[in-house]
Design a protein around this ligand. Sequence first.
Ligand code: DQA
Length: 143
Amino acid sequence: KTIYILNGPNLNLLGKREPDIYGHETLADVERVCATVAGENGHAVRLFQSNHEGEIIDSIQRARDEAAAIVINPAAFTHTSVAILDALNTFEGPVIEVHISNIHKREAFRHHSYVSLRADGVIAGCGVEGYALAVRRICSLLG
Ligand code: DQA
């Protein structure tokens, strides 16, 4: 089965962007670790990143036909986007929310997540490894 790995704004700069917070690994590294874990369990991943809220919503709508599960790091849209929450609510498979940093250890405006109202699980503060943990969890849920 196919697992979508969706990434929100500024994550195209992962590895270059505030490395003290987000580390030195890139989105290509994220794709590699996710593909490895999924492959070990007989599944495949497709990674997508956009700086545009509507494109993330479009990709969630595509997932309805093309993916069995979603791992999503909505980045700053986590804290603002009812539209991404609504899109995820149209998706029937498992959804795991990932944050590279521990959003609860940071500014108060990062403590609330709209997406958590839909997510089956949330991983925060585990770095890029959090994506691999999320894919592992999706694999157990998919069986
Ligand atoms: C983030 C945390 C968000 O608060 C922030 O806006 C991001 C990345 C994370 O992965 O830690 O862009 O989702």
